[in-house]
Design a binder for this molecule. Structure first.
Ligand code: GLC
Ligand code: CA
Length: 559
């Protein structure tokens, strides 16, 4: 096999689209492919070079498309394969690549494979899923104590054959049995099918869960989820990923990014080391508020932890490529977590500077580029399966107090908060649709929207535009070395990127107070100039001084 991989993702900026909430073209209140097509010039203007599309395949939408009933066709609400082809062409014509979501740990229970599988014990598809006899005298107890990421047991009893099937997510998302070579072949064929259609890569959903320990032993007790230690990077994980990689991914000039729930810096090299021919890159969640199954329990932000997670990725050998992100469709909006709302504009830009001057592939989640924020959702407006379940069970088991506590937590952490419709204009339905959308719009769309942001030269949007342009093709940012500065500070995140005798010194104040700092000795007397900041008053050269609330500065230093 010739060397087809250019590893283009090392000099890219990826924009994540959650199609349901991006743009509605036909007035049914639901975002769709033609809506995306109508915004391609917008993406081009922003300057991103790739798009990651959350799932658009056929799905009964128990988990908004992460439950697929046909991997080779498009969800009716989103459009048709013809629309999809036009989308690919429209992106490629603008020099933008397309990364699809590959949900391969599980399917929908409405997938033909599962319908066959559940129909009888000797059906040829039986072994596509994980079926076990129940425990206890009459076999009516789940086969083990694993819990679903969406609360409750990970097993569902099925009357037809009197056995249980495994579902690490909802009961409408049965886990595929990757130990069956036929299943792996199906996944390989699906990847190749989309590559042939022009797709440039895959974001691999909960991919670290695919290999389960034989015997499916009980998990250690844990208040949040039980069983992880028996399937996160299970015994045959590497073998299976290598197989898909060599049979599909590496035959194309592709990129893959895995979703690494449960992965820490400690196993980074074995997961994304280039020579292994497995995943190219991975999202880890150590720096985030919580892993995705804790969506009702806010965790305090610690700058020390945040710094140490990012820096340890930066210090890995060159063959391990980091991903840079702080929002996605499973997280609430970031700004309120990292800063005070009265500094929305400064915080958004500070985060952008502080993270996107690092080495790695940056991701931007739709709406992040205009600084979208959270708001208090009414429980009747929860749409996400986790929010509704957590809220309803808290109410059922603990009454009004339980409901109030759940609501408090969800108002900070719910996945719904990151899924409200994209705010395009200050007009009706935020320009997202011509009718009431499927999900509540954040009422601040009158102030925060694309149309106004484009006109305001100090907007978050125009800042991102500048930053993206600056970053693409910039060798110091792409290849330069990384060094922590002011490591002990619990207020400032500062680091240096260097290549040859050129350096960037990036200093960000993560507090709402004025913070003084001293320039490290090694920069004293060197020529320096300010190249980016989020205040017009920032010092022109690098010298001892102070940072205003959430101020972030980047200096170019020669020598
Ligand atoms: C991933 C997705 C999430 C989904 C889950 C199950 O974590 O990002 O949205 O609910 O997998 O597919
Ligand atoms: Ca629509």
């Amino acid at each position: 096999m010739g060397q087809v991989k250019t590893r283009w993702y090392k000099d890219a900026v990826v924009y994540q689209i959650y199609p349901r909430s991006f743009c509605d073209s036909n007035g049914d209140g639901i975002g769709d492919l033609r809506g995306i097509i109508s915004k391609l010039d917008y993406l081009k203007e922003l300057g991103v070079t790739a798009v990651w599309l959350s799932p658009i395949y056929k799905s009964p939408n128990d988990d908004n498309g992460y439950d697929i009933s046909d991997y080779r066709d498009i969800m009716d609400e989103f459009g048709t394969l013809e629309d999809f082809k036009e989308l690919v062409k429209g992106l490629h014509d603008r020099g933008i690549k397309l990364v699809m979501d590959l949900v391969a740990n599980h399917t929908s229970d409405e997938h033909e494979w599962f319908k066959q599988s559940r129909s009888s014990k000797d059906n040829p598809y039986r072994d596509y899923y994980i079926w076990r006899k129940g425990k206890g005298k009459n076999g009516k107890k789940p086969p083990n104590n694993w819990t679903s990421r969406f609360t409750g047991s990970a097993w569902e009893y099925d009357e037809t054959t009197g056995e249980y099937y495994l579902h690490l997510f909802s009961k409408k998302q049965p886990d595929l049995n990757w130990d069956n070579p036929k299943v792996r072949k199906e996944i390989i064929d699906i990847c190749n099918y989309w590559f042939e259609m022009g797709v440039d890569g895959f974001r691999c959903d909960v991919i670290t869960f695919i290999s389960k320990e034989p015997g499916l032993p009980d998990g250690k007790w844990n208040p949040v989820v039980v069983g992880d230690e028996h399937f996160v990077i299970g015994p045959r994980y590497h073998e299976y990923i290598h197989e898909v990689c060599t049979e599909s991914w590496n035959k194309y000039d592709s990129m893959t990014v895995g979703e690494g729930q449960g992965i820490t810096i400690h196993n980074a090299e074995e997961i994304v080391g280039e020579e292994r021919e497995e995943l190219d890159t991975i999202f880890t969640f150590e720096h985030q508020d919580a892993d995705f199954y804790m969506h009702a329990i806010p965790r305090k932000f610690s700058l020390k932890k945040w710094k140490s997670v990012f820096s340890s990725w930066q210090k890995l050998p060159q063959n391990c490529w980091p991903t840079l992100f702080y929002e996605n469709h499973d997280q609430p909006r970031a700004i309120p977590r990292y800063g005070k709302m009265e500094y929305r504009n400064e915080v958004a830009k500070m985060l952008a500077i502080s993270i996107y001057f690092q080495k790695g592939t940056p991701y931007l989640y739709q709406g992040q580029e205009i600084g979208m924020t959270n708001f208090k959702l009414d429980p009747k407006d929860y749409k996400d399966i986790i929010s509704t379940r957590v809220y309803n069970s808290a109410k059922k088991f603990f009454g009004p107090l339980g409901a109030a506590i759940a609501k408090w937590g969800l108002n900070k952490r719910a996945r719904d908060l990151g899924r409200t419709p994209m705010q395009w204009t200050a007009g009706e339905y935020a320009g997202f649709s011509t009718v009431e959308p499927w999900m509540t719009i954040n009422p601040n769309y009158k102030m925060i929207n694309v149309e106004d942001s484009k006109k305001d030269e100090n907007s978050v949007f125009n800042f991102y535009k500048k930053l993206i342009k600056f970053r693409l093709g910039n060798k110091i940012i792409i290849e330069g070395s990384y060094k922590d500065l002011m490591e002990k500070s619990s207020k400032i995140f500062a680091y240096e990127r260097a290549l040859g005798d050129e350096r960037y010194v990036v200093i960000s104040n993560y507090t709402d107070k004025v913070v003084k700092y001293k320039v490290p000795e090694e920069y004293k007397g060197k020529e320096s100039k300010l190249i980016m900041s989020n205040y017009s008053s920032s010092s022109d050269t690098l010298k001892d001084g102070k940072l205003l609330p959430y101020e972030a500065v980047v200096y170019y230093v020669k020598g």
